[in-house]
Design a protein around this ligand. Structure first.
Ligand SMILES: C[S@@+](CC[C@H](N)C(=O)[O-])C[C@H]1O[C@@H](n2cnc3c(N)ncnc32)[C@H](O)[C@@H]1O
Length: 264
């Protein structure tokens, strides 16, 4: 049964209003939605597009059976996605795009052609490796994240390595076959957004955008750092998972504020 979010009432109301900055998630194909998103309207794009390799997984999950991940069969959509991404991003803002070593050339090329400044590739190192060709290949333990910018923007200090070690989610806990750890997304968002100080009303929360949101991990991470989120997912089951997770993330944030932490 769906949980109704309840917000604690014993905290200064304006601070709570501040923390529940408006977020929005949309069920649909982002190719139909992109053109209705205004130019220069989002502050950060963090996204994990389909791998374009016809991904199916046999791992166990709470969902009875994984749905085929849309757009996995072709790479033609990548150029159009990159053009929209740079159009809707404000100037002097960052973009992070997950990919695999074998789709990296296509994503890199399309992002560069669209006009992004290519900054670096980050490597997410997992605590254990995946399966694949058990006898004929090395055991994969990494995932790549292209870091690009529109204009120039400093990263928040302290400076960190481009190799980021975060444990993967145990397969029995996965709600989506390629669900990413919240802690990994929080590191990226934290480096590319101003830290929120709740109760400082001169400060606008950033709008973080994920057009391939899956189970909404980017939204959970953005929410937990006090930022707004816009997400799109075309698969109804994954959209429903995100719809449940986001209010829970807000409740956790508000509970932190109730305990008296003004800055997260
Ligand atoms: C790699 S997964 C993202 C997983 C996500 N990072 C998470 O932690 O749950 C990519 C998602 O994009 C969705 N997708 C693929 N094509 C799409 C499209 N054209 N519009 C919206 N969503 C799409 C798929 O259904 C899939 O859930």
């Amino acid at each position: 049964m769906a949980r109704t979010p309840e917000y604690p009432t014993n905290v200064e109301p304006l601070v709570v209003a501040d923390a529940i900055a408006e977020s929005r998630i949309l069920l649909g194909d982002n190719r139909d939605i992109f053109s209705s998103i205004p130019d220069k309207s989002v502050d950060l794009i963090v996204t994990d597009p389909p791998y374009a390799i016809n991904y199916r997984s046999n791992r166990r999950t709470v969902l009875p059976k994984y749905n085929h991940i849309a757009l996995d069969d072709s790479t033609e959509w990548i150029a159009s996605f990159c053009e929209h991404a740079i159009r809707i991003l404000r100037d002097n803002r960052h973009m992070y795009c997950f990919c695999r070593w074998d789709t990296y050339p296509k994503f890199f090329q399309c992002l560069e052609v669209a006009g992004f400044t290519m900054k670096r590739t980050l490597v997410w190192v997992k605590d254990n490796h995946g399966s694949g060709d058990l006898r004929g290949d090395y055991a994969p333990q990494d995932e790549w994240i292209i870091f690009a910018s529109k204009g120039r923007r400093f990263l928040n200090t302290p400076r960190i390595s481009n190799v980021i070690e975060v444990p993967r989610i145990a397969s029995v806990k996965l709600r989506h076959p390629t669900e990413k750890p919240i802690d990994l997304l929080k590191i990226l968002i934290d480096k590319s957004t101003p830290p929120r100080v709740f109760g400082d009303y001169s400060q606008e929360p950033y709008l973080v955008f994920d057009p391939f949101m899956g189970s909404g991990t980017t939204g959970v991470a953005a929410t937990s750092l006090g930022h707004r989120f816009l997400g799109i997912e075309m698969n109804e089951e994954y959209y429903e998972v995100a719809r449940e997770r986001l209010p829970e993330a807000k409740i956790r944030l508000i509970e932190k504020l109730v305990k008296g932490r003004a800055a997260i």
